[in-house]
Write a protein that binds this ligand. Structure first.
Ligand code: DGL
Length: 265
């Protein structure tokens, strides 16, 4: 039986979903969280929908074995390709993440926005529907972030290789004079310093992390699953089936000292 003291489960194809975990932990510090990094199978973005669904089910089952009361799919690729199947197969609430196309389209003065995401997200039905709904009068420059997840997963987020890869990928966006860049992959918030260096200063960068945290809080309240017990030990747990050191670097960049464990899943 799930109750408010059970943990929130979070999964991603790798380390990127920790950008979402940070927002969640900031908004809901009393919640226990369990993060699964499926780094062994990253990147998801170039896999078939069938394969993304199979991996998302595998991660979900592992989190349910750990008694999670709600699952955050901290991956745009898994959300846009698999969340429908997950919601129909399991009775826990799922929170997904999708590229923030709507706010970017509404705010763009130039009527030109860029979307950087994986192939799996850009070719999904869910993405096509949202895009069609909000971008009728907008020039949308969609770019597949080829190679970016691989570089982040191998600890090269700030490398010269990353800078030159990004410069090349962003060229069509700069040419189109976008004034909003939507980060459509939970790995990409880690690239903001480099993105700011490369893009003209009038370009705003947006991601969906804060919205996911707010939606998680809302759903927990609605389902009466929000933890309000301050004496509950809410130490976050992190598991990786790849190299735990890369994940550890990202979550412990400030003063934290969270433990990351290796786990087969
Ligand atoms: N973090 C995943 C996302 O948000 C990365 C996808 C991948 O592994 O290619 O889409």
């Amino acid at each position: 039986m799930k109750n408010s003291s059970c943990p929130i489960g979070i999964f991603d194809s790798g380390v990127g979903g920790t950008s979402i975990w940070k927002e969640l932990h900031q908004l809901l510090p009393l919640e226990k969280t369990i993060y699964l990094s499926d780094s062994k199978n990253a990147p998801y973005g170039i896999k078939t929908q069938e394969e993304i669904i199979r991996l998302s089910i595998k991660n979900t089952e592992r989190l349910l074995e750990m008694n999670c009361k709600l699952i955050v799919v901290a991956c745009n690729t898994a959300t846009t390709n698999a969340i429908k199947v997950l919601r129909s197969a399991y009775d826990v609430p799922f929170i997904g993440i999708e590229p923030a196309i709507k706010p970017a389209a509404l705010k763009s003065a130039n009527k030109a926005i860029g979307i950087l995401a994986t192939r799996g997200t850009l070719t999904s039905e869910l993405f096509a529907k949202t895009s069609e709904l909000y971008t009728k009068d907008i020039n949308v420059v969609e770019v597949e972030g080829k190679g970016l997840v691989e570089l982040i997963e191998s600890g090269k987020k700030d490398s010269d290789e990353m800078e030159s890869t990004l410069s090349e990928l962003l060229e069509p966006m700069v040419k189109a004079q976008i004034d909003y860049l939507v980060l459509g992959c939970s790995h990409y918030p880690y690239l903001v310093p480099l993105l700011k260096k490369i893009l003209p200063s009038n370009v705003s960068i947006i991601d969906s992390g804060e919205a996911v945290a707010k939606q998680t809080k809302f759903v927990l309240e609605q389902k009466e699953l929000l933890n309000t017990n301050e004496s509950l030990e809410a130490i976050p747990q992190f598991f990786s089936n790849g190299n735990p050191a890369i994940l550890s670097q990202l979550i412990n960049a400030s003063e934290n000292n969270y433990k990351v464990s290796y786990l087969e899943f």
